[in-house]
Ligand binder design. Structure first.
Ligand code: PLP
Length: 426
């Protein structure tokens, strides 16, 4: 074979480089809203909504609620995660569709609000409150008829906190339902071992005002850790066996559950499908999955649909000009990527959310995010004009659903309700 000259080699290398660059060059993407988002857009416009707005598609919410209920074994109750669906009408809607009065509550203001507004609720706390918070509520109980000693289960994670709650119960001469947080592998706290459990049992046995009402073992880690050689399945097995061991120890201790019934809570959106009626728990908590934000796009939740978005107007549409100082870089980026041709400045931004429709919008790497007017670049194929709406899908529902005032509820092609949200709280 004739050997190649240096010049031929260089030519070939340049050709190969050019071909690789061409293959890597981003293709032009983007399209206007499809039928679904065009309908949401139309509904919001007709309702005169022209500020960033949280929108829920009611049909999808209903479908999700029915699906979650259908997925649960008979004998496995559902408890709604209050902070992940932070609006009373939203919680009412899902509670009605799934037939539950049970809620898991995570802070004092929401507990007070729920107790006042929905006095037939059955509340399990989702984290242990400082005893001072419990004292505050007991000192000024709701006047709705909600019975603090029967309808709230205070979550307690350690012997020292249980001693504080004992002193509170004695001081106020009230009975308190105590649900024990157990560590089933997440290591976010809770009773960690048998020895600590025995201390807790001793405290419970000594004080008749403390009424043992159940266990709570949260297990989200089993679906969040990397799945290395079966690590998730093993973590789940460990959850079940630890839960069973703690329950057996408590049941064998002679403690009798208040009213003869135990609330044995586990799970959350990421894991609820893994729990069956034959397991140690008798209820699962679910919140976020019902509106399915991006973080919940997992195989176990594949039968649920996204149901909540942020809709916001585009304020300005123009050819993208990078800011002074990086204009040369901007031109380079645009030459390389046709999807950086058109600039869209939106009303607001920098949310825990990603652009969903119209497709093909991306944040600019040359200018940071903005809560005032964030820039999103596109090819122009989106066909957006100023005042048109863009839809973002939240990455989570907790906190995000409360950032936009009342939630617009769309059914068919109309906004049929505006649901007030809880005030933002940690
Ligand atoms: C104790 C507990 N249970 C359940 C959940 C699940 O909530 P979600 O269904 O919204 O993921 C959480 C979430 O933080 C939690 O802390």
């Amino acid at each position: 074979m004739p050997s190649m000259t240096r010049r031929q080699w260089l030519g070939l290398t340049a050709l190969a480089g050019g071909a690789t660059a061409l293959a890597l060059k981003p293709a032009e993407t983007g399209a206007p809203h499809g039928a679904f988002f065009a309908r949401l857009s139309q509904a919001l416009r007709q309702a005169g909504l022209n500020q960033p707005t949280l929108v829920i598609d009611r049909e999808r919410l209903h479908a999700n609620a029915r699906q979650v209920r259908a997925n649960l074994d008979q004998g496995l109750a559902l408890r709604l995660v209050n902070k992940s669906l932070p609006s009373l009408p939203l919680l009412d809607e899902v509670a009605g569709l799934t037939g539950t009065r049970r809620q898991m509550v995570f802070n004092l203001p929401y507990l007070r609000w729920l107790a006042e507004q929905r006095p037939d609720s059955d509340v399990l706390l989702g984290k242990p409150f400082p005893v001072a918070a419990a004292a505050q509520l007991l000192t000024e109980p709701p006047r709705s008829g909600f019975d603090m000693s029967r309808q709230v289960q205070w979550l307690v994670d350690s012997p020292s906190r249980l001693a504080q709650y004992r002193d509170l119960a004695r001081g106020q001469r009230v009975a308190l339902r105590i649900n024990l947080e157990i560590d089933v592998g997440l290591h976010r706290g809770g009773v960690p071992d048998e020895a600590t459990l025995q201390q807790v049992i001793a405290l419970l046995r000594e004080e008749p005002l403390l009424r043992w009402s159940g266990l709570m073992g949260y297990d989200a880690h089993t679906q969040k850790i990397p799945d290395l050689a079966g690590s998730r399945a093993r973590a789940h097995e460990h959850v079940l066996s630890t839960y069973r061991e703690r329950l057996t120890a408590l049941q064998g201790s002679g403690l009798s559950p208040v009213d003869g019934a135990l609330t044995l809570n586990t799970g959350g959106s990421p894991t609820y499908r893994l729990h069956r009626a034959g397991g140690p728990a008798n209820e699962v908590a679910v919140g976020s999955a019902l509106v399915k934000p991006i973080d919940f796009d997992t195989p176990l939740l594949a039968d649920l649909q996204p149901a909540a978005w942020i809709a916001t107007p585009v304020l300005k549409v123009q050819g993208f000009r990078a800011p002074d100082g990086v204009q040369a870089l901007g031109r380079l980026a645009q030459g390389w990527d046709p999807n950086q041709r058109t600039a869209h400045f939106i009303h607001g931004g920098h949310w825990l959310a990603l652009p969903e429709s119209p497709e093909g919008l991306q944040a600019s790497g040359l200018i940071g995010p903005s809560s005032n007017q964030q820039l999103f670049l596109g090819s122009g194929r989106q066909g957006l004009q100023p005042d048109d709406l863009v839809f973002f899908r939240p990455t989570q529902s907790e906190a995000v659903l409360q950032q936009f005032g009342d939630i617009a509820v769309v059914e068919g092609d109309r906004v049929v309700a505006m649901w007030p949200t809880f005030p933002a709280r940690g």
